[in-house]
Design a protein around this ligand. Structure first.
Ligand code: SAM
Length: 230
């Protein structure tokens, strides 16, 4: 029999190879979008900018090995590659990866330090100085988040950066309202996570929190945590 995890993952994969791809490619682009999508675009860009600024501030980006798990259209990988980091970027959606490759070819003078692969993050292997996984936990129920983070932690030599939609009373109410008035975009389930749960999982895997940030716009909320190996 099929378990929930497999079921959820297949739904997510199919979504990001079809209508989800069209929707998110536009949001993560620079063409015309509606007001809500524009707000999400700007919020997401803030999350990317925060992480890029953290890494640049450390002054050691050149040749740093970085794994971008669930890379989408390459929004993070491309600016990091531009700074000279050695990037391995992967996504469960083939469409997303193809788009990321095309964007990298256009944006980078030399795209040789970024490698893209169609791969679900549970099957990733290897060792990276830094593992980054932005806005992917939204697709993981609490039971699966723990295993997912544990796996990413095992690939990381010294740092793990995660972002997720935080589960707070206010946002839970907003989500409830959203469920009463479902829009056409509600095609996958969205899972929020309690910050204290995520921190506990990171700590159980030998990491401590170093930097934190929060992006919140009208329709986009993302808690960003940088955890380093003790
Ligand atoms: N991290 C990117 C960013 O911030 O620009 C993309 C975020 S997007 C909301 C979520 C991405 O996670 C999608 O591209 C989706 O295909 C990918 N994804 C979802 N589940 C995944 C899994 N199990 N393994 C790898 N990628 C996954």
């Amino acid at each position: 029999s099929m378990n929930t995890t497999t079921d959820d993952k297949t739904i997510v994969k199919d979504y990001f190879n079809a209508t989800g791809f069209d929707r998110w490619r536009r949001i993560y682009g620079d063409g015309e979008v509606n007001k809500v999508q524009k707000d999400i675009r700007l919020g997401h860009q803030q999350t990317i900018d925060t992480v890029v600024a953290w890494l640049k501030a450390d002054g050691n980006l050149a040749n740093l090995s970085i794994c971008d798990a669930g890379c989408g259209v390459g929004s993070l990988s491309i600016p990091l590659a531009q700074e000279g980091a050695k990037i391995f970027a992967s996504d469960i959606s083939e469409k997303m990866v193809t788009e990321a490759q095309e964007r990298a070819q256009k944006a980078l003078k030399d795209a040789s330090n970024v490698t893209f692969a169609v791969q679900d993050l549970e099957s990733l292997t290897g060792n990276y100085h830094t593992v980054i996984c932005l806005d992917v936990l939204i697709h993981y129920p609490a039971e699966d988040a723990e295993k997912m983070i544990k796996h990413l932690a095992s690939l990381s030599e010294s740092r793990l950066i995660l972002s997720f939609a935080p589960k707070t009373l206010c946002l839970t109410l907003l989500k409830k309202i959203g469920e009463f008035f479902p829009g056409p975009s509600k095609t996958t389930r969205a899972y929020q996570h309690k910050e204290k749960d995520i921190i506990q999982i990171l700590e159980q895997n030998g990491f401590t929190i170093q930097r934190k940030d929060m992006t919140s716009t009208r329709f986009y909320y993302s808690r960003i945590l940088e955890a380093v190996k003790e």
